[in-house]
Design a protein around this ligand. Structure first.
Ligand code: FES
Length: 121
């Protein structure tokens, strides 16, 4: 797929060497951090913002997954999220979702495919 305005996020090689990556971007004119990770071979990106008390998922630990590796986990209070949808699975915020960002992969490079996103790094 052709990408008119390339906004590189990372490469597959970078993702294979780290469990997750953090990128700082402007999204809808707001500076945000983004978590990027591979899960079951697909790559996902979410704004790194837990809706519970507005903290980054990795605020207390350098990790975004729970011990099973099957769920994203906010290290502040331990709420878990479906990595494929960003949907919270914990009772207080059940059903609310992390803000997903669209990605496209071309020849081993992952690009942000969001119109209202600009790179800030
Ligand atoms: S701030 Fe994320 S679980 Fe409370």
């Amino acid at each position: 797929m052709a990408i008119d305005n390339k906004k590189p996020a990372c490469t597959r090689d970078e993702l294979q060497q780290a469990r997750f990556l953090i990128r700082h971007v402007d999204y809808k004119k707001q500076p945000v951090s983004v978590i990027i990770f591979a899960f079951e071979e697909l790559v996902y990106a979410y704004i790194n913002h837990c809706m519970h008390m507005h903290r980054p998922l990795n605020c207390e630990q350098d990790a975004i997954f729970d011990e099973t590796g099957k769920f994203l986990r906010c290290s502040m209070h331990g709420f878990i999220f479906d990595p494929k949808t960003g949907e919270c699975q914990s009772p207080v915020c059940f059903g609310q979702r992390l803000q997903a960002l669209r990605l496209e992969e071309v020849d081993g490079t992952i690009y942000f495919a969001e119109k209202h996103l600009t790179l800030s790094d």
